[in-house]
Write a protein that binds this ligand. Structure first.
Ligand code: ADP
Ligand code: MG
Length: 365
């Protein structure tokens, strides 16, 4: 049986006052057998009750190794089609700039010159790398965009998974240090101090790209929309009938089941990081793609982290950060950040919900 604990210091839940310490409840067997399959997170959409709005258009496109889904209101299919091209075009442009596995991307060029010379990059790359370094400092290096050499030892980039030997891990860890990234905003260059170092923005770039896609929709005057890039969700407004968006948080161990549902509206982002995404088993142990730069091994104190924040950039960076720093420090960090909320699921399937989500989260049953 799973358990649910509400991390809630203030509010009443189901008529019972939550205590300061996280409160445990028994989670009934998860029977959220909703029809939508194989999506990390799914968003149930509109019913036509209530005020009539523009038509709803929905599109899918493969980007960043995932099926990116967008839904928005528009007055005509011609306009919707034009907008869809603009959104996906912008997202594709950014992927080509920020992905370390695309030859000629800013990040690829920086990595090739590690230990040799500073590389001029676009202002956007410079700014996002600056953000990544900010989260690195905030987390004392739990989030570290220079984790790439370690990811490569584990085979996570090319999905050729393998268990590295302890000396290999030690050698890779010597190349992981966000303090050795030289960002020269005046010259617009990035320099990695040592040969063998490499930057990977996998923990933050998808969120940024979702934000830019949302921006295209907002600038076009769209009031209700969402973008889902494999669990990195941006949303604006509400469902067209005026009720909040409903976002399912996937159960980390039970396929096609939800650990809970978030009801949210406004201009927000919801990002989930899970230990079930890129994962392999070796001698009965699971190894996944979020690595603890302190140990060199996959972070093991959480199974799933969902962060709600004003931007997907912030939610993405924080979801990876919380995954590494674990439930206690993670929840303390969330509670210290204004406008940031989280749902954490421990390896024992205990749910921890930050105070601001108490009335927006229903556990699955
Ligand atoms: P995804 O949505 O792709 O699962 P996450 O936001 O969960 O992404 O981040 C996982 C990715 O972040 C990894 O694939 C890797 O590129 C990168 N990463 C892994 N460990 C760390 C870390 N400690 N700090 C920063 N980035 C990391
Ligand atoms: Mg992330």
């Amino acid at each position: 049986m799973s358990a649910v604990a509400f991390h809630d210091k203030r509010q009443e839940l189901n008529g019972e006052t939550a205590r300061v310490a996280p409160k445990k409840r028994t989670l009934p067997p998860v029977i959220f057998a909703l029809a939508v399959v194989l999506l990390l997170v799914s968003v149930s959409f509109f019913t036509s009750r209530g005020r009539p709005a523009g038509q709803i258009f929905q599109y899918q496109h493969m980007l960043m190794d995932t099926a990116v889904e967008i839904r928005f209101e528009s007055g005509s299919s011609r306009e919707a089609n034009r907008l869809k091209e603009a959104v996906f075009g912008e997202m594709e442009r950014l992927e080509r700039l920020l992905s370390r596995s695309i030859a000629g991307s800013d990040i690829d060029l920086v990595n090739r010159q590690a230990g040799q010379q500073p590389v001029p990059v676009s202002l956007e790359t410079l700014a996002l790398l600056g953000e990544a370094l900010r989260y690195a400092r905030l987390s004392g290096g739990a989030f570290d965009p220079t984790v790439a050499p370690l990811l490569d030892r584990w085979g996570f980039l090319g999905q050729q998974y393998r268990l590295p030997s302890p000396p290999e891990i030690e050698a890779a860890l010597r190349l992981v240090d966000y303090n050795l990234v030289g960002l020269d905003t005046g010259r617009g260059t990035v320099f990695l101090a040592n040969a063998g170092m490499a930057v990977d923005l996998g923990g933050i770039a998808k969120g940024y790209i979702v934000d830019r896609g949302m921006e295209v929709l907002k600038e076009a005057g769209v009031r209700n929309a969402f973008i889902n890039a494999g669990g990195d969700i941006g949303l604006i407004g509400s469902r067209p009938n005026g009720t909040p968006w409903r976002i399912g948080i996937k159960h980390p161990r039970l396929d096609q089941k939800y650990a809970g549902i978030l009801s949210l509206s406004g201009s927000l982002a919801v990002v989930t990081s899970g230990d079930y995404e890129r994962v392999f088993e070796h001698e009965g142990r699971r190894y996944h793609h979020i690595l603890d730069p302190e140990t060199g091994y996959p972070a093991a104190s959480l199974a799933s982290v969902t962060v709600v924040a004003p931007t997907a950039t912030e939610a993405d960076a924080l979801s990876t950060t919380l995954f590494v720093i674990g439930p206690e420090r993670g929840m303390a960090l969330v509670e210290s950040l204004p406008h940031v909320e989280a749902v954490l699921i421990t390896p024992g399937m205990e749910l921890l919900v930050s105070s601001g989500l108490a009335d927006k989260f229903e556990p699955g049953n």
